[in-house]
Design a protein around this ligand. Structure first.
Ligand code: BG6
Length: 485
């Protein structure tokens, strides 16, 4: 439609970057922190690339001042980070760990002193292991009350300083990989019924937190971050177009409709009921979901790729395809839901070394869809390119591919804004390099290179600015105008 391919972003646009506690902090057993499900899971042989762990990660726990100083020098306006539940309530839900609270209090203060708005994610997958052991974590309704308590603690502690809050990071991903494909904790596969039950509990936990949020945090904004996969039907065959609708209901709207409307998509629910895998819903659940949906302030979007959708026969591919965690291009295989859809590669688009489709326009299409369907402000809470980077002898890192990736996505965001989407923030994934859960340290996302590697025993953990660092600095300085250069 309307495309104005020039101009700058709104003056108050939040230019930022995002991270997650487990992927950057390290200090996995320091200052009272207890193990999370990830601390345990990474110790199971074969679960992560070359057995990498977040024990040290990129040592942000000890170097956060240096990292935030680099953000400030760049001119970043917001920094999205997650809080490790295991630092706040390390041993039980009855006892708060002051050292954990102080650590994040200081991060917030240092950000604010540098003109950076903190954006907090409550849950980025690192559930305390003791809750998993006590009642199997997300599989029990007990998690709803515990999550609410954890959330309220953080709202009370930091709500006077932090305006932007994200309840859940990619509920669709941690539940799929945890209960359907065994790639994340608790490492279960084909547990379809449990997968939807776990999701129902996570929705209720999110809803309880949202309900409390506006009572405690004046002028704050709250929402969830969803890993959105905008989709294209393979062609005009009605079967493939129907498969696209099924994909959207089952893979996108199942989450976004609950956050925004407090209800599940009907066709998807009918399908789950027919397979006897629908979640058990108790009296009052929908009232809570509906009430919270009316209090949600934005849709958080993590966008990396779009999907092509094709009809999948009953004996077709399922979830168990090969996932490329090595960076050897072309090693992943097709996945889908037997009898419903499968997702072939898009022949019109390039892919990363990890076989992720690169589709900047898909982000614009996704924002347009959210605007039409939900009419909510949008925070792009993650977007970025995982790539192999090389530290040169003079300590420079030349990453023109990352610059191009972010630049093309920003152009599409600007056009989506011009077309009416209310996009208020853009957080790249990520600011520094970090641990890529299953892919080790070699899959790099940052503007700042960190000397950390699965191939060396004692890397220095020194920080080095990449070319993209200087490029993004200029983008921020020009309010985005420089994306057109
Ligand atoms: C998102 C997560 O799924 O994508 C991040 O919120 C993650 O935690 C990012 O790191 C990139 O995925 P990956 O698998 O390349 O690390």
């Amino acid at each position: 439609m309307l495309t104005i391919e020039k101009g700058s972003f709104p003056k108050d646009f939040l230019w930022g970057s995002a991270s997650a506690a487990y992927q950057i902090e390290g200090a996995w057993d320091k200052d009272g922190k207890s193990p999370s499900v990830w601390d345990k899971f990474v110790r199971i042989p074969g679960k992560t690339f070359k057995g990498t762990t977040g024990d040290v990660a990129v040592d942000h726990y000890h170097r956060y001042k240096e990292d935030i100083a680099l953000m400030a020098e760049m001119g970043m306006k917001t920094y999205r980070f997650s809080i490790a539940w295991t630092r706040i309530y390390p041993n039980s839900m009855d006892e708060v760990n002051q050292k954990g609270l102080d650590f994040y209090q200081d991060i917030i203060d240092v950000c604010l002193e540098n003109g950076i708005q903190p954006m907090i994610t409550l849950y980025h997958w690192d559930l305390p292991q003791y809750l998993q052991d006590a009642y199997r974590g997300w599989e029990s309704r007990q998690i709803i009350e515990d999550f609410e308590k954890y959330a309220v603690t953080l709202f009370k502690e930091y709500g006077n300083k932090v305006k932007y809050w994200i309840t859940m990071n990619e509920q669709n991903i941690f539940t799929r990989l945890g209960w359907q494909s065994a790639q994340h904790p608790p490492g279960l596969s084909d547990e379809d019924k449990l997968h939807y039950q776990v999701n129902h509990h996570a929705f209720l936990a999110h809803a309880k937190a949202v309900e409390k949020f506006h009572e405690i945090v004046a002028d704050g904004m709250v929402g969830a971050s969803f890993a959105f996969h905008p989709s294209y039907a393979l062609d005009t065959k009605p079967k493939n177009v129907l498969a696209k609708h099924d994909f959207d209901d089952l893979k996108n709207y199942w989450w976004m409709d609950v956050y925004a409307y407090g209800r599940y998509p009907r066709a998807a629910m009918k399908y789950l009921e027919s397979k006897n895998i629908a979640p058990k819903i108790q009296a009052g659940d929908f009232e809570l979901l509906k009430s919270a949906s009316e209090k949600v302030d934005f849709m958080g979007v993590n966008y990396y790729r779009s999907d092509v959708v094709e009809h999948n026969p009953e004996d077709g591919v399922d979830n168990s395809g090969i996932v490329n965690v090595s960076g050897k291009k072309g090693t992943s295989t097709e996945t889908g839901m037997a009898g419903i859809y499968k997702s072939p590669l898009n022949p019109h688009l390039p892919t990363t070394d990890w076989d992720w489709t690169i589709d900047p326009m898909g982000l614009r299409i996704g924002c347009r869809e959210i605007t039409s369907r939900y009419d909510l402000p949008i925070i792009i809470s993650e977007n970025g390119l995982g790539a192999f980077d090389k530290l040169e002898e003079d300590k420079s890192v030349h990453d023109p591919y990352r610059i191009k990736y972010i630049q093309e996505h920003l152009k599409q965001i600007k056009m989506a804004i011009d077309e009416g989407s209310d996009i208020i923030a853009y957080c790249t994934w990520s600011f520094t390099d970090l641990l890529s859960w299953l892919n080790g340290y070699q899959k790099r996302y940052g503007f700042v290179y960190i000397d950390q590697s699965e191939y060396e025993s004692n890397p220095s953990l020194n920080r080095y600015k990449k070319d993209s660092y200087y490029w993004y600095k200029n983008i921020i300085e020009t309010d985005g105008e420089a994306i057109w250069e």
